[in-house]
Design a protein around this ligand. Sequence first.
Ligand code: ATP
Length: 200
Amino acid sequence: MRIGLTGGIGSGKSTAAAMLQSLGWRCVDTDAIARRLTQPDGPAMAAIASRFGQHLIAPDGGLDRVAMRKRVFEDPQAKAQLEGILHPLIVEVALRQAADAPAVVFDVPLLTESHHWRARVERVLVIDCAEEVQVSRVAQRPGWSAEQARSVIATQATRTQRRQVADAVIDNSQLTIAELNASLRGLSRHWRGPVEESSA
Ligand code: ATP
């Protein structure tokens, strides 16, 4: 069983992924894969340099994330080109990490926005969250303001768009951590049956 886990910034995806992992699912973090692909000497850097020149390369040879965010914000074609380089590589590495596991969770923040994932997972789980709760959770992170959190939320898929691609939705706006865990345990049993926790 392969599921895609998605949700907006600060909705609780990583928290849910860690809980599923302790329930025996293998969790594949596609954000972490993207960061490794774009670190100095990362496998995506040659293609990025050849398409964008040195503009998006930091002095250490990795992706200049600030320059990249500015560029893709201003230029939708550049965004599509960068995604065209990164997404197939992310999928390739993620599928390799998932190989042989009977139950896999792919944590994919942009699953709703990207066509690369939907056909590769059997179920989509959305961690839904009220925007003000997202903002207050993200604003507690060092270096983040409520305003920055709101501006990221504005660039992401809407709650309605996410729900449209979901097979299951957990509204994490008012759940305690224990209640979130219990919801995931129920869903895990429903999708996978009561299995040994070590079998992933
Ligand atoms: P990002 O998109 O930025 O990676 P995320 O969706 O992975 O965020 P988390 O990091 O899992 O979100 O959660 C954001 C914050 O909210 C964390 O500090 C987490 O501990 C907290 N949190 C998540 N769910 C709950 C909950 N049900 N009750 C209380 N706090 C929660």
